[in-house]
Design a protein. Structure first.
Length: 235
């Protein structure tokens, strides 16, 4: 019994470093719509002789464009982007240095008694050095994306300058695979078309998220052991 207890403690202690090296699994989720509380509509008073009702949401000649908190606007997402960058660097440098003595106390030869030391002063260099350096580097990167969709968004805030902060999400589930599309940003009321729609290219601070959850999304990620080895492997 004591052997089993010690074995369990050893396994738990050995698994702690692996758990610390494992990356945190954080799946992006759709941000909940932070709709501001809508004030209650005014109480309608029965006035048979009036053409307007205080409880109406819009005026008689007002269009249906979103302009108040809680209104819905259709965001047409048309995002196409592509970019590429290339860099090429080449650098060469050669250095040569030589030094010698033309005369040494009036002699043209250097000799030591009993030792044959060949060489003529002024002809053979006494000091010589040569250095060569070369750098060559090439890099290239490219990225391309394309997304077309339409999602309804709600006005969650009206800024003091008249800008509308909108946010919307759409979730589709097909065969245990969930596709989530989230859009948020700032729009101007005059940019909203007569059909109460606006293009994502006309939004400021636009954020568009499109991702999936399910079997297909899991198969696109490497296994947990492969992720651990990628983090701790030193080579």
């Amino acid at each position: 019994m004591r052997v089993l207890v010690h074995l369990a403690v050893f396994i738990a202690a050995a698994s702690l470093p692996l758990a610390a090296c494992a990356p945190s699994k954080k799946t992006p989720t759709a941000m909940p719509v932070l709709t501001q509380p809508v004030p209650p509509p005014p109480v309608s008073q029965n006035n048979p002789g009036s053409l307007f009702d205080a409880g109406q949401n819009s005026l008689l000649f007002e269009d249906d464009r979103a302009r108040r908190v809680g209104d819905i606007v259709l965001v047409r997402i048309v995002e196409t982007s592509s970019g590429s960058h290339a860099a090429d660097t080449t650098a060469n440098r050669d250095t040569s240095y030589q030094a010698g003595v033309t005369n040494y106390f009036g002699r043209t030869k250097v000799g030591i008694a009993g030792i044959n030391f060949p060489g003529t002063v002024g002809t053979d260099p006494m000091v010589g050095a040569t250095t060569t350096s070369k750098i060559s580097a090439t890099g290239e990167t490219s990225r391309e994306s394309d997304l077309t969709a339409a999602v309804g968004a709600r006005v969650i805030r009206v800024l003091p300058d008249g800008l509308l902060q909108v946010e919307g999400a759409r979730q589709m589930r097909i065969n245990d695979e969930t596709q989530i599309l989230v859009v948020r940003g700032l729009v101007r009321s005059r940019d909203i078309g007569p059909d109460n729609s606006i293009s994502s290219s006309q939004m400021a601070n636009a954020e568009v998220e499109y991702y999936g959850q399910g079997v297909l999304a899991d198969k696109q990620r490497p296994g947990w052991m492969a992720r651990i080895l990628d983090n701790i492997w030193p080579f």
